[in-house]
Design a protein around this ligand. Structure first.
Ligand code: FAQ
Length: 331
């Protein structure tokens, strides 16, 4: 995917058994791996893949919510939504910076996204049809993101784990803001309660899909867990999310769109129905309800922003020349 030149010229090969064993020993001892440390090519590649996909998800994730900024029902809601969307853009920037420490440029990552070769989370390919969807995204999508990201705060790669600590703090505000929107709607008029229920009906299953394929079908989980990039498997995190979220939904007085959902005393968790994996893979492969729209928007935004990038570069060059001239004059 990314040019080999950029992905770690100093990376050790994965065939060097002594090196791999020494590296694994550092991981097992819970040492953080830092950008200049030697690392297996596969470790670097996995991180670039995951962190860049994560960054793209944050940036594309601004679109479904951005759709409601001008239509938020009050000034308070508008201000909160604006701040939230801005936070997501910031998360994208921390994550692109973390990926850059692995030797891949942000321009290169962006080019992969715009060419349709890089992935981003399936969840952002669903439309936001009503205001209640903004509540459901905060409650469910940010809730799922936090469940996954709390574990990533302990990722073995230093820059990614540190970025995640800051991101998680902001995501927990987002989750509460979403749940509060749902609470107000669920306690409102009959029509508002119906809106909240409809949003839960449409966002529940896609939120469960965010955790990725089941463990049996997850290509990367075993190695990523061995390297402590991931701390828990996809199914494990999905189960934790269901256990935490179902009582919150019941408190709202809403029903989950899953007849198979029931408390299992023995496992001390909820059983739930089968995820529609065909739908999941269709969306991941580009055929979800909003994939084409999202990519078209990103491409247009990138083209529209060209003059800003050119102006910033011209200003930076001018400043550099001025500083150099002042330095020469002072000598
Ligand atoms: N969507 O072997 P695994 C957010 C792909 S941030 C699309 O299990 P892995 C904030 C996967 O890439 C949400 N593709 O892969 C927000 C791989 O394909 P590849 C994003 C998916 O990496 C809130 C293939 O399937 N969070 O929401 C998905 O071990 C509100 C095989 O899968 C992160 O990215 C999916 N759902 O585990 C913003 C967290 N799932 O690369 C705005 C970091 C899997 O071989 C508003 N990422 N695939 O071509 C991770 O933790 C992991 O990458 C997983 C997948 C768990 C997503």
């Amino acid at each position: 995917m990314y040019s080999q030149g950029l992905i770690g010229a100093d990376t050790q090969t994965d065939e060097d058994e002594t090196f791999l064993a020494a590296f694994q020993k550092r991981i097992d001892a819970e040492e953080k791996i830092e950008p200049n440390d030697p690392m297996p090519a596969g470790y670097r590649k996995t991180l670039v893949r995951q962190i860049s996909q994560h960054a793209h998800s944050e940036v594309v994730g601004m679109l479904p919510e951005g759709n409601w900024i001008t239509r938020a029902p009050s000034l308070k809601r508008k201000a909160a939504l604006l701040a939230k969307v801005q936070d997501e853009g910031g998360h994208g920037l921390y994550l692109y910076s973390a990926a850059e420490t692995l030797g891949v440029s942000r321009d290169e990552m962006n080019a992969e996204l715009l060419a349709g070769r890089a992935k981003y989370s399936s969840i952002f390919n669903y439309p936001t049809l009503t205001w209640a969807d903004i509540g459901a995204i905060g409650w469910l999508v940010d809730g799922a993101a936090i469940m996954n990201q709390i574990a990533l705060c302990r990722c073995s790669y230093g820059p990614y784990s540190r970025a995640m600590i800051r991101i998680c703090k902001e995501e927990s505000f987002h989750q509460r803001q979403g749940y509060e929107i749902m609470l107000v709607l669920a306690r409102g008029t009959e029509e508002q309660k119906e809106m909240a229920q409809d949003a839960l009906n449409r966002w529940w299953w896609p939120s469960l899909m965010m955790f990725g394929p089941s463990d049996a079908d997850s290509a990367h989980s075993d190695q990523s867990m061995k390297w402590k990039i991931k701390r828990f498997s996809n199914d494990n995190l999905r189960q934790k999310f269901v256990n935490a979220t179902v009582p919150q939904g019941h408190f709202l007085g809403l029903e989950f769109p899953d007849p198979g959902l029931k408390w299992n005393e023995e496992k001390q968790g909820y059983d739930f129905g089968e995820i529609d994996w065909d739908e999941f893979w269709r969306v991941v492969k580009g055929d979800g309800p909003m994939n084409r729209d999202r990519m078209a928007t990103r491409r247009k935004d990138w083209a529209d922003g060209e003059w800003v990038r050119e102006a910033a570069m011209a200003y930076a060059e001018k400043r550099k020349a001025r500083t150099q001239a002042a330095k020469i004059a002072a000598e």
